[in-house]
Design a protein around this ligand. Structure first.
Ligand code: FES
Length: 248
């Protein structure tokens, strides 16, 4: 198949960007979207041109490195799918596909489709850890955790920090990411001694980094490749309100 690509090219953070057009020929429908870009880049390199910069690592939907807008949708048109797991058979032969980086003040463009998501790391540094000494690895049954609690923590722990939630939100809010990280730790017994400090520190730090406020649009949940639930945000908001008033 052949597809026409409109790709955001931006040589650096301080240089204005623009859309460039490329025709990708001989694309196998079984290729992943990133493999198609690899093929385009091989052609660009052969012609002595600058390859399109994009992030990837695992290419298995588990690391969170990849991510850009495909026809305006974070990670493209498939639900619960990262762009590295998106396949070209999802597009029709001859389609025009527009790809551009996450758009958010807190995610400055580094180059082309690559943005700096260091703000997420700094939010984690603000409280996304457990500092109580839990000693050596305990037997699995040593700390009983009710099944619904364990499942809730596991569901939240699936967040891979890709940033799609920010890119989909009209406020560029990081609420789903922050809520997932807080929920994961605060639900478990080991995370509870510092849960109040954690929720305040991480939410406040997200504001400092320039992410917007959540206005409950639900776009983040709709595009999350790991299907993190909006209910984690409600839980975070309740905990934040309580911790701000009584719990610090
Ligand atoms: S490259 Fe790891 S999730 Fe896409």
């Amino acid at each position: 198949m052949t597809v026409r690509l409109r790709v955001w090219r931006q040589p650096g953070p301080t240089v204005p960007g623009h859309f460039a057009e490329y025709v990708a020929k001989d694309v196998s429908p079984h290729m992943s979207f990133l493999e198609m870009l690899d093929q385009v880049n091989e052609g660009l390199i052969r012609r002595g041109e600058d390859p399109i910069a994009f992030d990837s690592d695992c290419r298995e939907g588990i690391c969170g490195s990849c991510g850009f807008l495909v026809n305006g949708l974070p990670h493209g048109p498939d639900r619960a799918t990262t762009v590295c797991q998106l396949h070209m058979r999802r597009f029709r032969d001859g389609a025009t596909i527009t790809i551009e980086p996450w758009r958010a003040r807190a995610f400055p463009v580094v180059k082309d489709l690559v943005v700096d998501r260091g703000a997420f790391d700094r939010i984690i540094q603000a409280g996304g850890y457990v500092s109580v000494n839990v000693g050596a690895a305990a037997d699995a049954q040593a700390i009983p955790v009710p099944k619904p609690i364990a499942e809730g923590a596991m569901d939240a722990a699936q967040c891979i920090g890709c940033g799609a939630c920010v890119a989909a939100c009209k406020n560029a809010a990081a609420a789903l990411f922050v809520a997932a990280k807080i929920t994961h730790l605060n639900l478990l017994p080991q995370g509870q001694p510092e849960q109040n400090r954690r929720v305040v520190a991480m939410v406040d730090h997200a504001d400092t980094e320039g992410f917007g406020s959540c206005s409950n649009e639900g776009e983040c949940e709709a595009v999350c490749p790991k299907e993190i639930k909006l209910s984690t945000i409600a839980r975070m908001n309740r905990q934040y309100a309580w911790a701000s008033l009584f719990g610090r």
